[in-house]
Design a protein around this ligand. Sequence first.
Ligand SMILES: *[C@@H]1O[C@H](CO)[C@@H](O)[C@H](O)[C@H]1NC(C)=O
Ligand SMILES: *[C@@H]1O[C@H](CO)[C@@H](O)[C@H](O)[C@H]1NC(C)=O
Length: 128
Amino acid sequence: MMSTFLTCVLAMILALCTGVSRGQCPEKCTCDQLVVRCTGQQLRIIPRPLTDANVLNLYNNSIASLPDDVFKGWQKLTELDLSRNMLSSLHDDRFKGLSNLETLDLTSNRIRNISRPAFRGLTKLRKL
Ligand SMILES: *[C@@H]1O[C@H](CO)[C@@H](O)[C@H](O)[C@H]1NC(C)=O
Ligand SMILES: *[C@@H]1O[C@H](CO)[C@@H](O)[C@H](O)[C@H]1NC(C)=O
């Protein structure tokens, strides 16, 4: 009896916590509806934005690499600004998961090596 009660309480707390974190703006970012801005914060890794974010602006940070599957599950994103970072190479499938991305800004990086399939999966891209 007691353990059932405890399980219920735990489940409720868990539901509350995940509910809150889903709607929370990432640290060092400002969020306005579905637009997430994390500019000039010396970020080294891509923050986890709101799951339904449309725009993610990472202008002027210190992002040097894009890990595998970092954008997995971000089907809602249409605009990604990675300009003025420290990216030096883009390996295969770097943007996998961004199936609705229309605009990708990679200006002012240090890109020397781009693998041909780096942009695979960006079927909606209109502006690079
Ligand atoms: C970039 O961000 C740094 C802080 O991290 C700031 O001092 C600098 O002025 C910014 N540069 C530009 C061009 O926005
Ligand atoms: C460029 O990247 C590919 C794989 O993405 C790697 O095999 C190759 O060695 C790299 N070339 C240089 C010059 O870094």
